[in-house]
Write a protein of this length. Structure first.
Length: 402
């Protein structure tokens, strides 16, 4: 059935109109007016026509806001994505896209508007990686509006480009460099949070194993193999969407891995296992058994028992939020202002590289998404790396053997 969309002058504006399938033998026409130009009316009419032929109904798509469309896109397209990916998209949308573009009608978006938005993000000081991620969401969502939804004839992201690498933003790019925590400062931190305190085990796992925060707090005793001296990273914990429960999710980038642990970490875990085993017997029926349900929510009610590493003597969960309290003490009481939990992970990688570990082995141990992330650590020079370079130069300067 060929398109039979017609436009005509209607009052002070323009109107589209087409004829649908007869109902009860009677002609059925659809129309919408109020457009400023014939071209705008025809474009809107074509969208309505395509929608009609796809679903058998006409919606006032010309009135749909971009904010509402993004909700529609996440609802339809999100069924193909993992929950963690959807959360990431939602965060970018709510933080950057919706406040700037959500109020506009979907049909009013143009390449010039979208290019201006990307340029504004660049001038605000956002990193190129963040801007590229936002641009990807816009490109994907608006392409979906063209095909398969047929809400747009063409995507307004067509021709939109990232700012040139030679361009300089009006606001310097926002950077959050990760500092290296020296052995002296780490000793100070562990003296403040010694064995038996809630932050002790997570601090060791970050500094000596390079675990992410969610990975450290998601460890169970089934993940620890004292005989093989290994730790399996099989999950992380995140807050659920309703903010009521912690839940298990795959580790970031699905970086499942098995790593070796140092003697210090193994001894600390062995001691903790012994203490918790004795406490479980002492508390008996009053011991709090954490469970995980089929939705991977912790302590939501009925579920399968799970033995987390980071629990108190009575079995209650030591939540990742406790590290926020520890961080405040480390910043203001100990004066180590550069501390973040991620700085422990960064320090671990830096120390491994300074000691001569191969970058590929470091990447696999830390679960970096790709090798370039690991190689970027080389950009953060340390005294150890400088000494390593000096030794290499001495070898190169050595005279050849006779």
């Amino acid at each position: 059935m060929a398109s039979k969309v017609s436009v005509r002058k209607h009052g002070a504006g323009w109107q589209w109109r087409f004829e649908g399938a007869p109902i009860d033998g009677k002609r059925k026409q659809y129309s919408k007016g109020g457009f400023r130009t014939a071209k705008e009316a025809r474009a809107a009419g074509m969208i309505a026509w395509n929608e009609y032929n796809q679903a058998g109904e006409v919606r006032t798509l010309s009135e749909m806001s971009f904010s509402d469309y993004l909700n529609l896109w996440l609802d339809k397209y999100g069924t193909n994505l993992k929950s963690t990916t959807i959360k990431g998209y939602q965060k970018r949308i709510d933080t950057h896209i919706r406040p700037a573009l959500g109020k506009y009608k979907l049909l009013s978006l143009t390449p010039s508007v979208m290019q201006g938005f990307i340029n504004k993000l660049f001038d605000s000081g956002l990193s190129r990686n963040t801007i590229s991620s936002i641009k990807g969401i816009l490109t994907g969502s608006l392409s979906y509006a063209v095909e398969p939804l047929h809400l747009l004839l063409v995507s307004p992201m067509g021709g939109v480009k990232m700012p040139s690498t030679r361009a300089t933003p009006k606001t310097p790019e926002t950077r959050h460099p990760h500092s290296v925590i020296t052995p002296q400062k780490m000793a100070l931190i562990l003296s403040r949070f010694p064995e038996g305190t809630s932050p002790y085990i997570p601090l060791l796992l970050g500094y000596y194993c390079g675990l992410r925060l969610g990975e450290a707090y998601g460890l169970t005793w089934d993940d620890i193999d004292f005989d093989c001296n290994t730790i399996q990273i099989r999950r992380q914990v995140q807050m659920s969407d309703d903010k009521k429960h912690w839940m298990f999710t795959p580790p970031k980038y699905e970086s499942y891995r098995t790593i070796k642990m140092s003697q210090l970490v193994r001894d600390a875990l062995r001691k903790r296992w012994k203490v918790l085993s004795e406490c479980r017997e002492m508390y008996d029926e009053f011991y709090h058994q954490i469970t995980v349900d089929e939705r991977n929510l912790l302590d939501s009610g009925d579920g399968t028992p799970v033995n987390l590493v980071n629990v108190r003597e009575n079995g209650t969960y030591i939540q990742p939020r406790t590290m926020m309290d520890a961080s405040r003490v480390i910043h203001y009481e100990l004066g180590v202002r550069e501390f973040t939990y991620h700085s422990l992970r960064h320090t671990h990688a830096t120390q491994l590289i300074a000691a001569g570990a191969h970058p590929k082995a470091v990447q696999e141990r830390l679960g970096h998404k790709n090798l370039s992330v690991t190689l970027n650590i080389y950009a953060h020079n340390t005294p150890e790396l400088s000494k390593q370079l000096e030794k290499t130069l001495e070898i190169l300067d050595a005279p050849p053997p006779d």
